[in-house]
Design a protein around this ligand. Sequence first.
Ligand code: ADP
Length: 263
Amino acid sequence: MKDKKEPIRIKNLSWSYGKERILDDINITFFKSGLYGIIGPNGSGKTTLLKSISRSLMPKENVVFLGDRDITVFSNKELARNIAYVPQDIYFEFEFSVMDIVLMGRSPYLKRFHSESEYDMETAKNAMQITNTWHLREKNIAEISGGERQRVIIARALAQGTGIMLMDEPVSQLDIQHQVEILGIIKRLTEDKGMIAILSLHDLNLASQYCDHLILLSKGRVLKQGSPQEIITEGNISKVYNTKVHIFENPFTGRPYIIPFSN
Ligand code: ADP
Protein backbone atom coordinates (compact mmCIF):
# COMPACT_ATOMS: atom_id res chain seq x y z
CA MET A 1 0.00 0.00 0.00
CA LYS A 2 1.51 3.32 -1.03
CA ASP A 3 1.73 6.22 1.38
CA LYS A 4 -0.43 8.81 -0.34
CA LYS A 5 -1.12 10.87 2.70
CA GLU A 6 -1.52 14.60 2.24
CA PRO A 7 -2.07 16.95 5.14
CA ILE A 8 -5.62 18.11 5.78
CA ARG A 9 -6.17 21.71 6.69
CA ILE A 10 -9.43 23.16 7.93
CA LYS A 11 -9.66 26.93 7.87
CA ASN A 12 -12.57 28.80 9.42
CA LEU A 13 -15.09 26.00 8.92
CA SER A 14 -18.63 26.83 9.94
CA TRP A 15 -21.77 24.85 9.27
CA SER A 16 -25.43 25.55 9.90
CA TYR A 17 -28.55 23.46 9.60
CA GLY A 18 -31.19 26.06 8.82
CA LYS A 19 -30.60 28.90 11.25
CA GLU A 20 -28.82 26.76 13.77
CA ARG A 21 -25.04 27.16 13.83
CA ILE A 22 -23.60 23.66 14.36
CA LEU A 23 -19.90 24.25 13.67
CA ASP A 24 -18.40 27.62 14.39
CA ASP A 25 -15.05 28.77 13.01
CA ILE A 26 -13.16 25.49 13.26
CA ASN A 27 -9.42 25.55 12.52
CA ILE A 28 -7.44 22.31 12.59
CA THR A 29 -4.45 20.94 10.69
CA PHE A 30 -3.77 17.23 10.48
CA PHE A 31 -0.31 17.33 9.02
CA LYS A 32 1.35 14.09 10.00
CA SER A 33 0.47 10.47 10.49
CA GLY A 34 -1.15 9.54 13.75
CA LEU A 35 -4.36 8.75 15.53
CA TYR A 36 -6.46 11.86 16.09
CA GLY A 37 -9.51 11.72 18.35
CA ILE A 38 -12.45 14.09 18.18
CA ILE A 39 -14.19 14.20 21.53
CA GLY A 40 -17.00 16.27 23.01
CA PRO A 41 -20.50 15.77 24.42
CA ASN A 42 -23.44 14.56 22.36
CA GLY A 43 -24.49 17.22 19.91
CA SER A 44 -21.15 19.09 20.04
CA GLY A 45 -20.63 18.60 16.29
CA LYS A 46 -18.29 15.59 15.97
CA THR A 47 -20.27 13.88 13.21
CA THR A 48 -20.86 17.13 11.37
CA LEU A 49 -17.12 17.83 11.45
CA LEU A 50 -16.25 14.39 10.04
CA LYS A 51 -18.91 14.78 7.36
CA SER A 52 -17.44 18.13 6.35
CA ILE A 53 -13.90 16.74 6.09
CA SER A 54 -15.11 13.75 4.05
CA ARG A 55 -17.32 16.02 1.94
CA SER A 56 -20.47 14.08 2.86
CA LEU A 57 -21.54 17.61 3.64
CA MET A 58 -20.06 19.90 1.01
CA PRO A 59 -18.08 22.65 2.77
CA LYS A 60 -17.77 26.13 1.31
CA GLU A 61 -14.88 26.79 -1.05
CA ASN A 62 -11.41 27.38 0.41
CA VAL A 63 -12.23 25.93 3.81
CA VAL A 64 -11.07 22.30 3.73
CA PHE A 65 -7.81 21.52 1.94
CA LEU A 66 -6.14 18.25 1.08
CA GLY A 67 -2.51 19.09 0.47
CA ASP A 68 -2.68 22.38 -1.39
CA ARG A 69 -6.03 21.73 -3.04
CA ASP A 70 -9.49 22.74 -1.95
CA ILE A 71 -11.50 19.52 -1.50
CA THR A 72 -14.47 21.04 -3.29
CA VAL A 73 -12.59 20.69 -6.61
CA PHE A 74 -11.87 16.94 -6.31
CA SER A 75 -13.92 14.49 -8.34
CA ASN A 76 -15.73 11.90 -6.21
CA LYS A 77 -13.39 9.13 -7.35
CA GLU A 78 -10.30 11.23 -6.75
CA LEU A 79 -11.46 12.10 -3.24
CA ALA A 80 -12.21 8.43 -2.54
CA ARG A 81 -8.65 7.58 -3.50
CA ASN A 82 -7.43 9.95 -0.79
CA ILE A 83 -9.97 9.77 2.03
CA ALA A 84 -11.89 6.75 3.32
CA TYR A 85 -14.89 7.66 5.46
CA VAL A 86 -16.66 5.18 7.69
CA PRO A 87 -19.94 6.64 8.94
CA GLN A 88 -21.57 5.59 12.18
CA ASP A 89 -24.32 3.33 10.94
CA ILE A 90 -23.75 1.38 7.78
CA TYR A 91 -26.60 -0.71 6.50
CA PHE A 92 -26.08 -3.24 3.76
CA GLU A 93 -29.38 -3.58 1.98
CA PHE A 94 -28.50 -6.74 0.16
CA GLU A 95 -26.88 -9.86 1.34
CA PHE A 96 -23.31 -9.42 0.23
CA SER A 97 -20.40 -11.70 1.03
CA VAL A 98 -17.57 -10.29 3.10
CA MET A 99 -15.34 -10.43 -0.01
CA ASP A 100 -17.89 -8.39 -2.01
CA ILE A 101 -17.98 -5.76 0.70
CA VAL A 102 -14.20 -5.40 0.89
CA LEU A 103 -13.89 -5.27 -2.91
CA MET A 104 -16.30 -2.32 -2.93
CA GLY A 105 -13.35 -0.40 -1.49
CA ARG A 106 -11.66 -0.75 -4.88
CA SER A 107 -14.46 0.94 -6.83
CA PRO A 108 -12.68 4.36 -6.99
CA TYR A 109 -10.03 2.63 -9.14
CA LEU A 110 -12.25 0.70 -11.52
CA LYS A 111 -12.85 1.89 -15.05
CA ARG A 112 -16.43 1.80 -16.28
CA PHE A 113 -17.65 -1.71 -17.03
CA HIS A 114 -14.33 -3.22 -15.93
CA SER A 115 -14.10 -5.78 -13.16
CA GLU A 116 -11.41 -5.93 -10.50
CA SER A 117 -7.82 -6.56 -11.57
CA GLU A 118 -5.40 -8.92 -9.89
CA TYR A 119 -3.95 -5.90 -8.09
CA ASP A 120 -7.40 -5.02 -6.73
CA MET A 121 -7.85 -8.60 -5.50
CA GLU A 122 -4.40 -8.57 -3.87
CA THR A 123 -5.09 -5.23 -2.19
CA ALA A 124 -8.40 -6.52 -0.83
CA LYS A 125 -6.70 -9.69 0.43
CA ASN A 126 -3.97 -7.66 2.11
CA ALA A 127 -6.59 -5.46 3.81
CA MET A 128 -8.40 -8.57 5.03
CA GLN A 129 -5.24 -10.12 6.39
CA ILE A 130 -4.37 -6.95 8.32
CA THR A 131 -7.86 -6.86 9.87
CA ASN A 132 -8.04 -10.62 10.43
CA THR A 133 -11.07 -11.09 8.17
CA TRP A 134 -9.61 -13.22 5.35
CA HIS A 135 -11.08 -16.39 6.84
CA LEU A 136 -14.55 -14.76 6.72
CA ARG A 137 -14.38 -13.92 3.00
CA GLU A 138 -17.08 -16.29 1.83
CA LYS A 139 -19.46 -15.60 4.68
CA ASN A 140 -22.51 -13.48 4.25
CA ILE A 141 -22.21 -10.08 5.94
CA ALA A 142 -25.43 -10.82 7.82
CA GLU A 143 -23.93 -13.99 9.33
CA ILE A 144 -21.00 -12.51 11.23
CA SER A 145 -20.75 -10.86 14.65
CA GLY A 146 -20.64 -7.12 15.36
CA GLY A 147 -16.89 -7.17 16.02
CA GLU A 148 -16.20 -9.11 12.83
CA ARG A 149 -18.45 -6.78 10.87
CA GLN A 150 -16.59 -3.75 12.14
CA ARG A 151 -13.29 -5.35 11.08
CA VAL A 152 -14.77 -5.99 7.62
CA ILE A 153 -15.80 -2.34 7.36
CA ILE A 154 -12.25 -1.30 8.26
CA ALA A 155 -10.91 -3.79 5.68
CA ARG A 156 -13.08 -2.13 3.04
CA ALA A 157 -11.81 1.33 4.04
CA LEU A 158 -8.26 -0.01 3.95
CA ALA A 159 -8.76 -1.58 0.52
CA GLN A 160 -9.52 1.96 -0.67
CA GLY A 161 -5.75 2.50 -0.41
CA THR A 162 -6.03 5.99 1.05
CA GLY A 163 -3.61 7.70 3.41
CA ILE A 164 -6.46 9.16 5.44
CA MET A 165 -9.21 7.32 7.26
CA LEU A 166 -12.13 9.05 9.01
CA MET A 167 -14.30 6.97 11.30
CA ASP A 168 -17.37 8.06 13.21
CA GLU A 169 -17.65 6.24 16.56
CA PRO A 170 -16.02 3.05 15.27
CA VAL A 171 -16.14 1.20 18.59
CA SER A 172 -19.20 2.51 20.39
CA GLN A 173 -21.27 -0.61 19.65
CA LEU A 174 -18.58 -3.08 20.65
CA ASP A 175 -17.63 -4.86 23.85
CA ILE A 176 -14.31 -4.07 25.47
CA GLN A 177 -12.43 -6.93 23.79
CA HIS A 178 -13.47 -5.74 20.35
CA GLN A 179 -12.96 -2.07 21.21
CA VAL A 180 -9.34 -2.80 22.09
CA GLU A 181 -8.90 -4.99 19.02
CA ILE A 182 -10.27 -2.40 16.57
CA LEU A 183 -8.42 0.54 18.09
CA GLY A 184 -5.24 -1.56 18.10
CA ILE A 185 -5.62 -2.25 14.38
CA ILE A 186 -6.19 1.43 13.61
CA LYS A 187 -3.26 2.49 15.78
CA ARG A 188 -0.95 0.05 14.00
CA LEU A 189 -2.06 1.41 10.63
CA THR A 190 -0.99 4.89 11.69
CA GLU A 191 2.35 3.60 12.94
CA ASP A 192 3.22 1.02 10.29
CA LYS A 193 1.62 2.56 7.20
CA GLY A 194 1.92 6.21 8.15
CA MET A 195 -1.82 6.81 7.92
CA ILE A 196 -3.75 9.72 9.33
CA ALA A 197 -6.74 8.28 11.23
CA ILE A 198 -9.35 10.70 12.56
CA LEU A 199 -11.91 9.12 14.86
CA SER A 200 -14.80 10.50 16.83
CA LEU A 201 -14.86 8.72 20.15
CA HIS A 202 -17.41 8.69 22.89
CA ASP A 203 -15.31 6.93 25.48
CA LEU A 204 -12.84 9.44 26.90
CA ASN A 205 -10.65 6.78 28.51
CA LEU A 206 -10.22 4.93 25.23
CA ALA A 207 -9.55 8.24 23.47
CA SER A 208 -6.92 9.09 26.07
CA GLN A 209 -5.20 5.69 25.84
CA TYR A 210 -5.07 5.35 22.06
CA CYS A 211 -4.95 8.81 20.50
CA ASP A 212 -1.82 10.83 19.82
CA HIS A 213 -3.77 14.05 19.60
CA LEU A 214 -7.23 15.07 20.84
CA ILE A 215 -9.60 17.74 19.62
CA LEU A 216 -12.16 18.74 22.21
CA LEU A 217 -15.37 20.14 20.78
CA SER A 218 -17.89 22.10 22.77
CA LYS A 219 -21.03 23.55 21.20
CA GLY A 220 -19.57 23.46 17.70
CA ARG A 221 -16.26 25.07 18.58
CA VAL A 222 -12.82 23.64 19.21
CA LEU A 223 -12.35 24.29 22.90
CA LYS A 224 -8.81 22.89 22.94
CA GLN A 225 -6.56 20.55 21.00
CA GLY A 226 -3.36 18.82 22.05
CA SER A 227 -1.95 15.68 23.63
CA PRO A 228 -4.20 13.58 25.90
CA GLN A 229 -2.26 14.99 28.87
CA GLU A 230 -3.09 18.52 27.75
CA ILE A 231 -6.74 17.86 27.00
CA ILE A 232 -7.91 15.32 29.58
CA THR A 233 -7.73 17.58 32.63
CA GLU A 234 -10.24 18.03 35.43
CA GLY A 235 -10.82 21.60 34.36
CA ASN A 236 -11.51 20.84 30.67
CA ILE A 237 -13.65 17.76 31.22
CA SER A 238 -15.70 19.17 34.10
CA LYS A 239 -16.39 22.30 32.10
CA VAL A 240 -17.36 20.71 28.80
CA TYR A 241 -19.28 17.71 30.17
CA ASN A 242 -20.73 19.55 33.16
CA THR A 243 -19.64 16.67 35.39
CA LYS A 244 -17.09 16.54 38.17
CA VAL A 245 -14.32 14.05 37.48
CA HIS A 246 -11.11 12.78 39.04
CA ILE A 247 -8.16 12.32 36.71
CA PHE A 248 -5.47 9.77 37.48
CA GLU A 249 -2.44 8.66 35.54
CA ASN A 250 -2.79 5.20 34.09
CA PRO A 251 0.21 3.41 35.61
CA PHE A 252 0.68 1.23 32.52
CA THR A 253 0.55 3.90 29.84
CA GLY A 254 1.16 7.18 31.66
CA ARG A 255 -1.99 8.54 29.98
CA PRO A 256 -4.76 10.33 31.91
CA TYR A 257 -7.58 8.16 33.21
CA ILE A 258 -10.97 9.58 34.19
CA ILE A 259 -13.19 8.48 37.03
CA PRO A 260 -16.43 10.43 37.46
CA PHE A 261 -17.24 11.80 40.93
CA SER A 262 -19.98 9.85 42.56
CA ASN A 263 -22.26 11.63 45.02
P1 ADP B 1 -22.18 14.79 17.72
O1 ADP B 1 -21.63 13.89 16.68
O2 ADP B 1 -21.14 15.50 18.52
O3 ADP B 1 -23.20 14.13 18.63
P2 ADP B 1 -23.62 16.04 15.54
O4 ADP B 1 -22.63 16.60 14.58
O5 ADP B 1 -24.27 14.74 15.21
O6 ADP B 1 -22.97 15.98 16.99
O7 ADP B 1 -24.78 17.08 15.76
C1 ADP B 1 -24.54 18.44 16.12
C2 ADP B 1 -25.85 19.16 16.17
O8 ADP B 1 -26.39 19.21 14.85
C3 ADP B 1 -26.92 18.52 17.04
O9 ADP B 1 -27.59 19.55 17.74
C4 ADP B 1 -27.84 17.86 16.06
O10 ADP B 1 -29.16 17.83 16.54
C5 ADP B 1 -27.73 18.77 14.85
N1 ADP B 1 -27.96 18.04 13.59
C6 ADP B 1 -27.23 16.97 13.16
N2 ADP B 1 -27.68 16.56 11.96
C7 ADP B 1 -28.70 17.38 11.62
C8 ADP B 1 -29.57 17.46 10.49
N3 ADP B 1 -29.47 16.63 9.45
N4 ADP B 1 -30.50 18.46 10.49
C9 ADP B 1 -30.58 19.33 11.52
N5 ADP B 1 -29.80 19.30 12.60
C10 ADP B 1 -28.88 18.35 12.68
